[in-house]
Design a binder for this molecule. Structure first.
Ligand code: PMP
Ligand code: GLN
Length: 378
């Protein structure tokens, strides 16, 4: 395959830097993660023993911490765990290791940008199932219609980037039943597992549903949960065969490193769910603050139940084309956002006027962005 174009996140962050605009595009916090975790990394760096290659599977304390996390939080008993360079490498290794050319993979649409790129590298084809705005509900019959004789895998992301949707139990049960009926492997991208912001929602790993633990590879990472997106420590857990497929590819992509950060990630997970819980409370306030501000500026704001992101419709402001708007907004308003068209198969479809804003920023930064947008819209 030819190399994919530069990612939308890189393009929009470069535009923010070039124009000095506030970057509510690429999803990264503007404050460091918990000091307990940062200090654990410093201690590992100074240890004199934790700066060389890690064992291929990952350092023992992190592998144990992931197993313990899956057990205590979800009641899962994964047979194996593989530490990776972020969830991104786990996803890439899973698709490259488990798919053959011509295989089909069912995904949600909008879809996170690395999935189509990696599927193409694996020679596989995506079958997209739309989440429809404004409530982004999944229709199980559309999932069934996307499954064909070459479908081998269902790749699911919930809480979902870019919509902020957290799939509910009924939707997940319907997906699980289809995976069992059609004998599909499930790969789940759960990097936002701790960032469910609505208190009446919960994150339900697909692996916890009947018939799923033996066919599900579960992927997560420290980036979002601990506001450490540059650390790139992730993991895949689940049945030995699926984790083994990840390992066999991963060993030739990057082998095993980030050793001190792996040790710090073990300390993070070992500290329990209090730290991510505090982050979720803070993010809830930020989501509400930015959503109110976007509404005041004249956008129609869509509900977001989790992640770092909220979507807003620029059509009421007279801007039907979000892609064109996102290229002008840094210059005209001093704010960067991402067009949802970057995540969908049909950029001219029902999401054409939607923008994604990241709210994982200091409140003063969100307030300044809102002031700028209100002034621009007025
Ligand atoms: N999946 C989704 C849905 C994401 O939003 C991201 C962005 N962090 C990733 C995977 C990649 O995670 P990591 O940074 O751990 O590679
Ligand atoms: N996950 C981040 C986002 O959706 C971007 C990560 C990246 O730049 N590849 O904004």
């Amino acid at each position: 395959m030819s190399a994919p174009a530069t990612t939308i996140f890189t393009v929009m962050t470069a535009l923010a830097e070039e124009t000095g605009a506030i970057n509510l595009g690429q999803g990264f916090p503007d404050e460091d993660g918990p000091s307990l975790v940062v200090e654990a990394a410093v201690a590992a760096l100074r240890s004199g023993t934790q700066n060389q290659y890690a064992p291929l599977g990952g350092v023992a304390p992190l592998r144990a911490a992931v197993l313990d996390h899956q057990r205590r939080r979800y009641g899962l008993e994964p047979e194996d765990v593989q530490v990776t360079f972020g969830a991104t490498e786990a996803l890439a290794s899973a698709l490259l290791g488990l798919l053959s050319p011509g295989d089909e993979v069912v995904v949600l649409d909008p879809v996170y940008d690395s999935y189509p790129a990696i599927a193409a590298m694996a020679g596989a084809t995506l079958r997209r199932v739309a989440l429809h705005p404004p409530d982004w509900r999944l229709d199980p019959e559309e999932v069934r219609a996307a499954i064909g004789p070459r479908t081998r895998m269902l790749l699911l992301n919930s809480p979902h980037n870019p919509t902020g949707r957290v799939l509910d139990r009924a939707e997940l049960e319907a997906i699980a039943a289809l995976c069992v009926e059609y004998d599909l492997i499930a790969v789940t991208d759960e990097v936002y597992e701790h960032l469910v912001l609505d208190t009446d929602r919960e994150h339900i790993p697909l692996a916890t549903l009947p018939g799923m633990e033996q066919r599900t590879l579960t992927i997560s990472s420290v980036g979002k949960t601990y506001s450490l997106t540059g650390w790139k420590i992730g993991w895949a857990s689940g049945p030995a065969e699926l984790v083994g497929a990840v390992r066999s590819v991963k060993q030739f992509l990057s082998f095993a490193g980030g050793t001190p950060l792996q040790h710090a990630a073990a300390a993070a997970l070992g500290a329990g769910d209090g730290l991510p819980g505090e982050l979720a409370v803070a993010l809830r306030g930020k989501r509400d603050r930015l959503s109110a501000g976007l509404t005041a500026a004249g956008f129609a704001v869509l509900p977001s139940q989790g992640t770092y992101f909220v979507c807003a419709d620029a059509d009421p402001l007279g801007h039907p084309d979000a892609e064109a708007l996102c290229l002008r907004l840094p210059h005209e308003a001093g704010v960067v956002a991402i067009p949802i068209s970057a995540f969908v198969s049909d950029p001219a479809g029902e999401t054409r006027s939607l923008l994604r804003f990241a709210f994982c920023k200091r409140e003063s930064v969100l307030d300044e962005a809102v002031q700028r947008l209100v002034a621009w819209a007025g």
